[in-house]
Design a protein around this ligand. Sequence first.
Ligand code: NAD
Length: 282
Amino acid sequence: MTKIIDGKLVSQKILENIADEILFLEKKPSLAVIIVGEDPASKIYVNLKKKKATELGINSTVIEMHETTTEESLLNKIEELNNDEKTNAILVQLPLPKHINTTAVIEKINPKKDVDCFHPYNVGKIATNNKPYVYPCTPKGILSLLEYYDINPEGKKVVIIGRSNIVGRPIALMLLNKNATVTICHSKTKNLEEITQTADILIAAVGKTKLVTENMVKTGAVVIDVGMNRDENGKLCGDVDFSNVKEKVSFITPVPGGVGPMTICTLMHNTLELAKQQNAIN
Ligand code: NAD
């Protein structure tokens, strides 16, 4: 029997624990989100983050900067937040306008306040199997789902489709650190199907509707669908042909309601973690 992994349920449980913990904190955690420009999708994400933070008792500030803001002013703003004792966590919403160097911006954030875990210091910690200040949101959300459903990646063959800095690469490293045998596939991979068929755990993070079809999946595999796409009717869907693949596998995440809710929940958890670290609370 296939189990549908319920990201809404798991995230709700984690969020309740976060809210309970914040209730007893003397100083409320504080998250600063910088958004540059008017990208509609980014605005929706930022508003969702602010709403969720407020619900949990996290102080959140959204700093809106004009599309034409210079890289220097953005770096200065980050410096200001780095030095502001009241700000525990800094998030710069991506993508940035083309004239701004994203790497320079990420590297400007104090690694101790790097709530997304994009700074090379924190990424390097994961790459060397050491602890970063916090783990990246979507990959950590995926690991929380696996843990909740008692799926231990140790010794398992994991295939990840996608090698982005946000999902594919960090989840590969984090699963390697959990003793999985990891293969990363990407746009230049040959014979994708042959590789995915060997996976005990298959993670799709590409952004292509129905890329993963039933013939690509081993019977009884665990399938994690990170994709967030629109189908021909404008409905939100993942990278996996859910209705056909689900007949063959042991566990599968739906879209929506799988990985998505875990990402924002982990962002809130990371904000709390950074606040506790900065206030020396265990
Ligand atoms: P990205 O565009 O940065 O990376 C896509 C990756 O897919 C690349 O590494 C590319 O090599 C690979 N790829 C492209 N075509 C391929 C093909 N035909 N076969 C194999 N590999 C191929 O994307 P991203 O930021 O990692 O996001 C991937 C998807 O996950 C998107 O749909 C995005 O919206 C979604 N996403 C969801 C969440 C969430 O919280 N649910 C978080 C982040 C990203």
